[in-house]
Ligand binder design. Structure first.
Ligand code: FES
Length: 84
């Protein structure tokens, strides 16, 4: 799948609640990072809905290049140029 625009080159720490559903922005254009605000409309990219398995801190990917969305997998370390 096509990857989104780099919103930031580092992950963001968020507090998740077990069992709650979240929509992670995959296109990188949301103004409400790391969550979807509908900005993907008109792109080929859809947000990723996920349910938190446990409550507590999680590091969500902001570079949108992770292979393990919505979580950071360190891929942001490999970004060498701006993609927008
Ligand atoms: S912020 Fe995207 S992999 Fe770390």
């Amino acid at each position: 799948m096509e990857k989104g625009k780099v919103a930031a080159r580092e992950p963001v720490s968020v507090e998740l609640q077990a069992g709650k559903e979240y929509w992670w922005c995959a296109c990188g254009q949301s103004k409400n990072q790391p969550y979807c605000d509908g900005s993907h409309q008109g792109t080929e990219i859809s947000p990723l809905g996920f349910r938190a398995e446990k409550s507590g801190e999680a590091w969500l990917c902001m570079c949108k290049q992770t292979a393990n969305p919505p979580y950071c997998d360190g891929s942001h370390e490999n970004i060498v140029e701006e993609t927008d």
